[in-house]
Design a protein around this ligand. Structure first.
Ligand code: MG
Length: 267
């Protein structure tokens, strides 16, 4: 997984990968010019995009209450804008001939009668229908709620092109449950994965997120994660995700992660 404006395709290829997911920052223009420039670059580098990922202006991942207040479709004040932005992103992905879009929709309430739950369920249906018209799936990222809550929401949305982008580290970083159990529960709906690692939140700081770590150094148990993907019959790409601030550190950790996954995938 790499980010437009932060990473270059050449950097990604230098890590030894030839396919992956593209993250689009909230402020990036999604016009026809941007799509044709990306299409030309991808063709020249022979790089295959499997997913285009949305992030939105105004999001902050400072701690769990801030995520709940600012991320995805849940915050009411930005719903209309973010729905349009997601549809625009679907059009942009279609211009690149990418068949899957994804995002964090935010922290889904446990109560299906909650007004935010109902409004976001309707919003996800409309985004799914927009994506379906272009032959795309729309994937929800895991972790900002338990796998049970996400599964019930998923079933309630009830759209054939809805899928899940499974991120095992998020289950840990948000304290949302064991990632392997969650993967088994959500398995039939998982279209893509993030290979990311992390440690559980500190017990003595309410609302704190856990700490993201280089792949293989956190609490996920990457070997078991890859083995479980094999057991559930997952056939998609293994997308490394690393969020470290320092770009050189980030690239170096991603390079190590690619090597680790290559070793594990060969077993
Ligand atoms: Mg992720």
């Amino acid at each position: 997984m790499f980010w437009a404006g932060r990473d270059s395709l050449a950097e990604m290829k230098s890590l030894g990968v030839r396919c992956g997911q593209l993250g689009i920052p909230g402020g990036m223009e999604l016009n026809a010019g941007a799509a044709s420039a990306w299409k030309a670059d991808l063709g020249r580098e022979r790089f295959t995009l499997v997913t285009v990922f949305a992030a939105y202006n105004g999001e902050s991942y400072a701690d769990i209450p801030t995520v709940a207040r600012t991320v995805g479709f849940i915050p009411e004040a930005t719903r209309r804008l973010r729905e349009q932005r997601t549809k625009d992103l679907s059009d942009f992905a279609a211009a690149l001939e990418v068949g899957s879009i994804a995002c964090h929709i935010g922290c889904v309430p446990e109560d299906p009668a909650h007004p935010d739950y109902i409004a976001v369920r309707e919003m996800v249906r409309r985004v799914c229908d927009h994506a379906a018209a272009q032959g795309q799936t729309f994937a929800l990222e895991t972790g900002q709620e338990s796998a049970d809550v996400l599964l019930r929401f998923f079933q309630d949305v009830d759209r054939p092109n809805l899928r899940i982008n499974f991120d095992p580290a998020n289950m840990i970083l948000y304290g949302s449950g064991d990632p392997i159990e969650a993967l088994r529960l959500l398995a039939p709906h998982v279209i893509s994965v993030h290979c990311k690692d992390g440690d559980w939140p500190p017990r003595d700081v309410p609302g704190a997120l856990g700490t993201e770590r280089p792949l293989g150094q956190g609490a996920v148990g990457i070997e078991r994660f890859v083995q479980t993907l094999r057991e559930i019959g997952f056939r998609g790409t293994l997308n490394v995700e690393r969020e470290a601030e320092d770009q050189q550190q980030r690239l170096s950790d991603m390079r190590d992660a690619v090597q680790l996954l290559n070793r594990l995938a060969r077993r």
